[in-house]
Design a protein around this ligand. Structure first.
Ligand code: ADP
Length: 401
C-alpha cells in the first residue's frame, strides 16, 4: 500500500510517498514558490534514480504543483511507481480541526464544509491545507480517497479543566476560545513508539512528550490520551520558542502598546517573529548557533537556552503532578533529537522524582534510544518523530475501514 502525504502551505507543498505498513519511504520532496517562479525538488529513495533540486517548474497554482509531484513519481526513468493507480490514498496534514475533529477523517463534502468553518481558528494555515486538498481532487479525481489528519485532534481528549481559559464563559461558548494544542500528530506518534519501546500498551503508561524544535510543545499523555499540552488557542503559547514568546503576562501587551504606540498586529508580529530565544539572545533562533555563541562568551545566548530548558523542566514537573506520576519522558524534534546537552540540562534536578540520566547513553542523536540510567524509575527516551508516517498510518487505517 502506498500513501501520498501532503503538507500544503500557502506557497509551498511538502510531499512524501510511503508505505505505512513497512514504513518504507519511496520518495519525498517539496514544491516551493507556488504562484511565483515555481521550484520543484524531488528525492527518490531508490538507488540510481535522479534527484531534482529546486528545478524550475511552472506552478501557477497548487494544482500544477500536485501534477508535477505525480509526473515525477510515475516518470519512466526516475519515477518510483508505475502509474498513479499505485497511490492508494492521500493523507493531508491539516493544522486546525477545532472541536469538530477528534481524529483523522475521510474527506467528504461535509468535511470540507467543516474545514472551512475552522478557518477563523487558523487563518494562515487552514486555507492552504484546503487548497492542497482541492488541488489533489482536481488532478487525481474523486476516486482516490483523501484523509485529513489534524495537528489538534490528538488533544481533543483533554478535560475541560485543562483546555478552558479563565475568561468569561461566553468566549468559549460563542467564540470557541479554548486551548486546542498543536503538534498532535508528533506527540501521538512518539507516544505510540514509546509504548512499543517499553513493551507496554499505551493504556498502561503515563508519558510526557517533549517536542522541542523551532516550535516546541510538551504534552501529558495518560493512558494513550493527551490530557494537557503547552500550546494553546494558537501555537504562540507555552514554551519560549525559536522566535515565539510563549506564555507571558497579557498586561505586558497593554504596557508596550501604549508606550510605543503599537497596534495589535505589530505587537503580535513581535510576539511571533521577534521573540523567543531569538529575541532574548539577539543572536539566532537556531539552538546550534546559540550553543556556539555561548561557548564564545555570549551571555544572552546562554540565558536564552537556560530559559528554554527551565521552561521544559517546569512543564515536566507540572505534568507529572497533573497525571499523578510519570513512567517515561520522551524527547523529540530538532532539539530533542540532537542536543544531548539540553536533554541533560532539562533532566538534571529531577532525580527527586525518579529521573536519572545516563550521560553516556544520552550521547546519541537521531535514533530511538533509552537515555536514562538502568535504575532510573522514570525512563527517558529519545524518539525521532515521523509525522508523515503517522499521517500515512492514520490514512491507511481509515481507508481500510
Ligand atoms: P521545526 O519546528 O521547524 O520542524 P525542527 O524540529 O526541525 O523544527 O527543529 C529545528 C531546530 O532544531 C533548529 O532550530 C535547531 O535549533 C535545532 N537543532 C537541530 N540540530 C541541533 C543540534 N545538533 N543541537 C541543538 N539544536 C539542534
Amino acid at each position: 500500500m502506498n500513501i501520498l502525504v501532503i503538507n500544503a502551505g500557502s506557497s509551498s507543498l511538502k510531499y512524501q510517498l510511503l508505505n505505512p505498513e513497512t514504513g518504507v519511504l519511496l520518495a519525498k520532496g517539496l514544491c516551493e514558490r507556488i504562484g511565483i517562479d515555481g521550484k520543484f525538488t524531488y528525492k527518490p529513495q531508490i538507488e540510481g534514480k535522479q534527484v531534482l533540486d529546486a528545478v524550475d517548474v511552472a506552478m501557477p497554482t497548487h494544482s500544477e504543483a500536485i501534477q508535477a509531484v505525480l509526473n515525477a513519481l510515475v516518470d519512466k526513468d526516475n519515477g518510483v511507481i508505475g502509474s498513479m493507480k499505485e497511490i492508494d490514498a492521500v493523507g493531508h496534514r491539516v493544522v486546525h480541526g477545532g472541536e469538530a475533529f477528534n481524529k483523522s477523517v475521510l474527506i467528504t463534502d461535509e468535511v470540507m464544509k467543516a474545514l472551512e468553518d475552522c478557518i477563523p481558528l487558523a487563518p494562515l494555515h487552514n486555507p492552504a491545507n484546503i487548497t492542497g486538498i482541492n488541488a489533489c481532487t482536481a488532478v487525481m479525481g474523486k476516486d482516490v480517497p483523501q484523509v485529513a489528519v489534524f495537528d489538534t485532534a490528538f488533544h481533543q481528549t483533554m478535560p475541560a479543566k485543562a483546555y478552558m481559559y479563565a475568561l468569561p464563559y461566553e468566549y468559549y461558548e460563542n467564540d470557541k476560545v479554548r486551548r486546542y494544542g498543536f503538534h498532535g500528530t508528533s506527540h501521538k506518534y512518539v507516544s505510540q513508539r514509546a509504548a512499543a519501546m517499553l513493551g507496554k500498551k499505551p493504556e498502561e503508561l503515563k508519558l510526557i512528550s517533549c517536542h522541542l524544535g523551532n516550535g516546541s510543545s510538551v504534552t501529558a499523555v495518560d493512558g494513550g490520551k493527551s490530557v494537557d499540552t503547552s500550546m494553546g488557542f494558537t501555537p504562540l503559547a507555552g514554551l519560549p520558542m525559536g522566535t515565539r514568546a510563549g506564555d507571558l503576562d497579557a498586561g505586558i501587551l497593554q504596557y508596550l502598546m501604549n508606550k510605543y504606540d503599537m497596534n495589535i498586529d505589530t505587537m503580535l508580529d513581535i510576539l511571533n517573529k521577534k521573540s523567543g530565544v531569538q529575541g532574548v539572545s539577539g543572536v539566532s533562533s537556531d539552538f546550534r548557533d546559540l550553543e556556539n555563541a555561548h561557548k564564545d562568551g555570549n551571555e544572552r545566548a546562554g540565558l536564552a537556552v537556560d530559559m528554554f530548558n527551565y521552561g521544559v523542566k517546569k512543564l515536566i514537573g507540572a505534568y507529572a503532578a497533573a497525571m499523578g506520576g510519570v513512567d517515561a519522558i520522551i524527547f523529540t524534534a530538532g532539539v530533542g533529537e540532537n542536543s544531548a546537552s539540553q536533554r541533560l540540562d532539562i533532566a538534571s534536578g529531577l532525580e527527586f522524582m525518579g529521573v536519572k540520566m545516563d550521560a553516556e547513553a544520552n550521547n546519541v542523536r537521531g535514533k530511538e534510544a533509552v537515555i536514562s540510567a538502568a535504575d532510573s524509575k522514570v525512563k527517558v527516551l529519545l524518539i525521532p518523530t515521523n509525522e508523515e508516517l503517522m499521517i500515512a498510518m492514520d490514512t491507511a487505517s481509515i481507508v481500510k475501514g
